[in-house]
Design a protein around this ligand. Structure first.
Ligand code: MF3
Ligand code: CO
Length: 259
């Protein structure tokens, strides 16, 4: 069952998404060569506290960190620890918080100091594929239209989309229906309706789509050790334009995405 959010729900959920977005932006600024992933996670935890929010990830199926920090060939769900970030690394930071009883979930991949053009291009294509998907988030379309838009964009640039992990509905819990694959899976696909809140999150590999999970039980890496990038927004389907709920600027003027 897909849970449609009322205007009252959205009044509570918007601040949760804004907090998630602000924390992600501040954590991205914090990342620089020499910082450990554990320090990044601690910094995120301190911001959550300061904003009166809680991590949506910590304790979820015993997940041990406040955020997911995934470096280079790590795709998603990277565990924070003693690893030092080096100039040229690319790091996916995934921040999900609970605030006002609702969850805001977002992620982006950033370069540590700087990176080579190939890594930059992978990040750019992945971010743009997210916006291609978001542009489909409107009534009259189906979830598969989001999936197709992401997959087409990514594959037309010579990259691949991960199959084993998908985007999801989000609200009072982190994972609601529907699942939002980043590829066309041929299954029946729900119609999009106003009030749906969707976490759209392309995971894009420079090489083959195949992934595996490390012995820590969480960290997802590419099988061929190629680089991977990940971007995510929480998006509201409205009667008209999609509303990017995890866009901090939305507080100033609502960000519109054209189809
Ligand atoms: N944004 C990710 C997701 O939607 C983060 C979940 S990490 C977990 O699945 F540890 F909480 F599972
Ligand atoms: Co998510």
């Amino acid at each position: 069952m897909i849970i449609l959010k009322s205007e009252r729900d959205l009044e509570a959920m918007r601040p949760a998404c804004t907090v998630a977005a602000r924390i992600l932006a501040e954590v991205a600024e914090f990342i620089q060569p020499g910082v450990t992933t554990g320090e990044v996670d601690d910094y995120a935890a301190s911001l959550m506290k300061a904003y009166g929010a809680k991590s949506a990830f910590l304790g979820y199926r015993k997940y041990p960190c406040h955020t997911c920090i995934s470096v280079n060939d790590q795709v998603v769900h990277g565990l924070a620890g003693s690893r030092k970030l080096l100039f040229g690394d690319i790091v996916s930071v995934d921040v999900g918080v609970i605030h006002n009883g609702f969850i805001g979930d977002n992620a982006r991949t950033v370069a540590v100091g700087g990176c080579n053009p190939a890594a930059q291009r992978l990040m750019d294509v992945t971010e743009k594929s997210l916006y291609e998907g978001i542009a489909q988030a409107r009534p009259g379309r189906r979830v598969v239209d989001i999936s197709r838009a992401v997959q087409r964009f990514v594959e037309s640039h010579g990259y691949s989309v991960v199959r084993e992990f998908v985007g999801h509905g989000v609200g009072r819990t982190m994972h609601e229906e529907p699942q939002i694959p980043n590829f066309v899976d041929g299954k029946s696909s729900p119609k999009l309706r106003p009030g749906m809140t969707l976490a759209i999150e392309p995971m894009v590999n420079a090489g083959a789509p195949d992934v595996k999970i490390l012995k820590d039980g969480w960290t997802v890496v590419t099988r061929d050790a190629s680089l991977s990038a990940h971007f995510e927004h929480t998006v509201l389907v409205t009667e008209t334009e999609p509303e990017i709920m995890t866009c901090p600027q939305r507080t100033a003027s609502r960000l519109k995405v054209s189809s």
